[in-house]
Design a protein around this ligand. Structure first.
Ligand code: SF4
Ligand code: SF4
Length: 420
């Protein structure tokens, strides 16, 4: 059940109109009617089986460098005025000072004075984040001296099946590359430390974020759900890393606020999706409506291949729905640009984060409106399949999405259980 009133009404109306036409044509004894119907069906069938024209040249090459975590907003927000670290950072990056001064004037994420503060969802999100933080002691740990010998095929299969049992909806293995890692840490525990890429493999998985909760973004349910799935992804990552260390292989879990890797890049290279206009992983089943967990390890695993899917970027080029619905215009509407050797879109992280600090949540409006975020049901699976393979569906998917769900969808309601 999608709980999308407009989409349901339009489907019902379309059903009545098509049914009506078929019914009336049964009474018109004109030989032209069946011929016309047959011709229209034939044309639609041909268009359905013609492959779409997908711009392959826009597929991004591999990144040329590594990201300095100190430049991401989650690190910059930790800088405290008056400290050496603060002074040193803005001396090196004076270009960030004005934008950062702006978000520092706002109440902040999950703050009681934020615009959308509510006493149910904000503290609930805080409780999730706090629990994730408490799990951070399991990110690394001692490794058993004796090593269990398990074949790479068997352990890879086991990790994937187990992750699924624990709640993951997809998983894969990437051969770790230097560009997967930040080059310098930016959090309290590792600020300024060089990150040496120590592990050979990255076991990476995704967990689903509840659609109804995310649709309420930028209100409280969105940040509550987002925090909840950081916890779910974190739990799986910590347990699996602990398990590998018990087997005698070094492993590190990457969980919220304790990442050493850029999760979407690891996930993309393990074949879990492509990177879209908003810079997030676009998965085949749930689009960007996922959280990612990673365990880096030295146990021998069977790596997956990146599954290049230029249809995602091609669709993003036409769609722009996330950009149009972003309350602060943080997502570019134009074509991707070459940034650090990669052809991609780059969101204005300062504008996005300042909005979060104003409303108190992590917004998620872009994720909510994305046509790839629709439920993983038979109909939407068929559409996603068709975007890649059928000219007809490729051309109709966007206009029909805008008809059924609007170009600027009305914000979803707070789920009923939170309104009682
Ligand atoms: S909303 Fe549209 S443009 Fe934005 S990521 Fe989703 S498909 Fe791409
Ligand atoms: S989270 Fe909100 S503010 Fe940030 S890019 Fe998405 S829509 Fe814009």
């Amino acid at each position: 059940m999608e709980k999308e009133k407009r989409a349901a009404l339009i489907s019902l109306a379309a059903g009545f109109i098509i049914g009506g036409v078929i019914f009336i044509s049964g009474y018109i004894h004109q030989p032209v009617v069946p011929y016309l119907t047959a011709i229209i069906l034939f044309i639609l069938l041909v268009l359905f089986f013609i492959p779409p024209h997908i711009r392959k040249e826009i597929t991004d090459p591999l990144p040329s460098g590594r990201i300095d975590e100190r430049n991401v907003m989650f690190s910059r927000r930790l800088l405290e005025p008056g400290t050496n670290r603060f002074e040193e950072y803005y001396k090196r990056h004076p270009e960030h000072k004005a934008a950062d001064d702006l978000f520092r004037k706002k109440p902040g994420l999950l703050n009681r004075c934020a615009v959308y503060y509510d006493p149910l969802t904000f503290p609930a999100a805080d409780a999730f984040f706090q629990t994730v933080e408490e799990m951070s002691s399991g990110v690394t740990g001692p490794v058993a001296e004796a090593q269990e010998k398990i074949s790479p095929v068997r352990i890879t299969r086991f990790l994937k099946d187990w992750a699924e049992k624990l709640g993951a909806i997809s998983s894969g293995v990437a051969v770790m590359q230097p560009y997967h890692y930040y080059h310098t840490g930016g959090r309290h525990y590792n600020y300024g430390e060089k990150i040496e890429p120590p592990y050979r493999f990255g076991f990476v998985f995704t967990v689903e974020m509840d659609r109804e909760m995310i649709n309420a973004g930028p209100l409280g349910p969105a940040v509550m759900e987002s925090a909840h799935q950081y916890l779910e992804a974190g739990k799986i990552a910590v347990v699996i890393s602990q398990y590998l260390r018990f087997l005698g292989y070094d492993a590190r879990a990457h969980i919220d606020a304790h990442y050493q890797v850029v999760c979407p890049l690891v996930a993309r290279d393990a074949g879990l999706g492509e990177i879209g206009r908003m810079g997030l992983l676009m998965t085949p089943r749930l689009g960007p409506r996922v959280r990612i967990g990673v365990v880096t390890t030295n146990v021998e695993l069977i790596p997956d291949e990146r599954k290049e899917d230029p249809s995602v970027m091609d669709f993003c080029l036409r769609c722009k729905k996330c950009a149009l619905n972003c309350p602060v215009g943080a997502i570019p509407e134009g074509t991707p640009e070459m940034i650090d050797g990669v052809r991609r879109w780059q969101i204005k992280q300062e504008a996005c984060y300042t909005y979060w600090a104003t409303v108190g949540t992590d917004c998620g409006r872009c994720v909510a409106v994305c046509p790839y975020s629709h439920p993983d049901n038979a109909f939407h699976r068929m559409v996603r399949w068709g975007i890649k393979r059928s000219w007809l569906i490729n051309k109709l998917a966007l206009p029909l999405d805008e008809l059924f769900y609007r170009k600027k969808p009305v914000r979803g309601q707070v789920p009923e259980w939170l309104r009682k």
